[in-house]
Design a protein around this ligand. Structure first.
Ligand SMILES: NC(=O)C1=CN([C@@H]2O[C@H](COP(=O)(O)OP(=O)(O)OC[C@H]3O[C@@H](n4cnc5c(N)ncnc54)[C@H](OP(=O)(O)O)[C@@H]3O)[C@@H](O)[C@H]2O)C=CC1
Ligand SMILES: O=C(O)C1=N[C@H](C(=O)O)C[C@H](O)C1
Length: 266
């Protein structure tokens, strides 16, 4: 499968180039960065520490997508939205790991998925997607009156969006377990005299610092006992391996909008 890596000089882009080189059935077709990037013209494999790939990083997205089967995209919301439309016009696979979208962007992805095979997830790792299943079960079993749900996350100092896509995915799993709407139930910030905790709310807490790859914890706190379900990412390759697996899986699917739970059969 011929894959285009967007943001090829970024943290995830470089990891993806390495994982593609190691994955049977996947090949690096093109590597894209923004116009003016210092990475333009460099060999994507050498930049990623994966050996010579024979693919020079380009800013020409149209040319990069010509002849490709799919695009793997861990970049920024504006680019991912534009590329979803381009993937739809070409009937391509578009794997979207980018986070930080606005709620109204969902409609644009649903429309693009009429032509493209889109796999979109705030976290592409097996471990986090299994954790989401466990959180959903726990929230369903415990109910909102006896147990309060809080989602904590910590990431490296360079991360630009909050709460993380994973925290929102886990909050969504808790909301689904309880049969409530996350947007209505979530409390994203607490500051000053907040009053007592609102029953049934799903709280979020965000930490940023250093080089932390990604840590998430869902706490279900009751009277006299507390359940803590957590995941620690130690290496970005867990996300990249999930994304490449998603691309290979989606190639055989009809156009549509899929999640990592679909890919992993969870
Ligand atoms: N779903 C998942 O499993 C995971 C998701 N992520 C998400 O992936 C995204 C990227 O993370 P990370 O790799 O750490 O970030 P980086 O900033 O290291 O990489 C992003 C790359 O995309 C490039 N880029 C952004 N906008 C454009 C554009 N319009 N045109 C061309 N290139 C562009 C950036 O270039 P420039 O620096 O010039 O802006 C940069 O090289 C984030 O949203 C993050 O939350 C990360 C890990 C796992
Ligand atoms: O920006 C990151 O680094 C990560 N982003 C994703 C998120 O927002 O949850 C996934 C992972 O935790 C790393």
């Amino acid at each position: 499968m011929k894959l285009v890596v967007l943001g090829a000089a970024g943290r995830m882009g470089r990891t993806l180039v390495k994982v593609i080189a190691e994955t049977e059935g996947a090949a690096l077709h093109a590597a894209v960065e923004r116009e003016g990037s210092l990475a333009l013209g460099q060999d994507a494999g050498l930049l990623a520490g994966a050996g010579h790939a024979g693919v020079a990083i380009t800013h020409d997205l149209e040319a990069a997508m010509a002849g490709a089967d799919g695009v793997v995209d861990f970049t920024a919301p504006a680019l991912s939205l534009a590329v979803a439309r381009m993937a739809a016009e070409r009937g391509l696979v578009h794997v979207i790991g980018t986070t930080g979208f606005a709620p109204q962007d969902d409609a644009a992805f649903a429309q693009a998925a009429e032509g493209a095979r889109i796999v979109k997830s705030g976290n592409m790792s097996l471990g986090v997607n299994l954790l989401a299943v466990l959180v959903e079960q726990a929230a369903r079993a415990l109910g909102p009156d006896a147990f309060d749900v809080e989602v904590l996350e910590m990431h490296h100092r360079h991360k630009v969006d909050a709460p993380s896509g994973t925290a929102l995915l886990l909050g969504q799993a808790a909301a689904a377990g309880r049969g409530v709407d996350l947007a209505a139930a979530s409390v994203r910030v607490r500051d000053g005299h907040t009053g007592a905790r609102q029953a049934g709310s799903i709280g979020f807490a965000t930490l940023r610092g250093g080089s932390v790859v990604g840590e998430h914890e869902v706490i279900l706190a009751g009277e006299g006992e507390r359940i803590e379900l957590s995941h620690r990412a130690e290496d970005r390759s867990i996300f990249a391996r999930g994304a490449v697996k998603a691309a290979l899986w989606a190639k055989g699917c009809a156009p549509g909008l899929y999640s990592m739970r679909d890919v992993l059969g969870l």
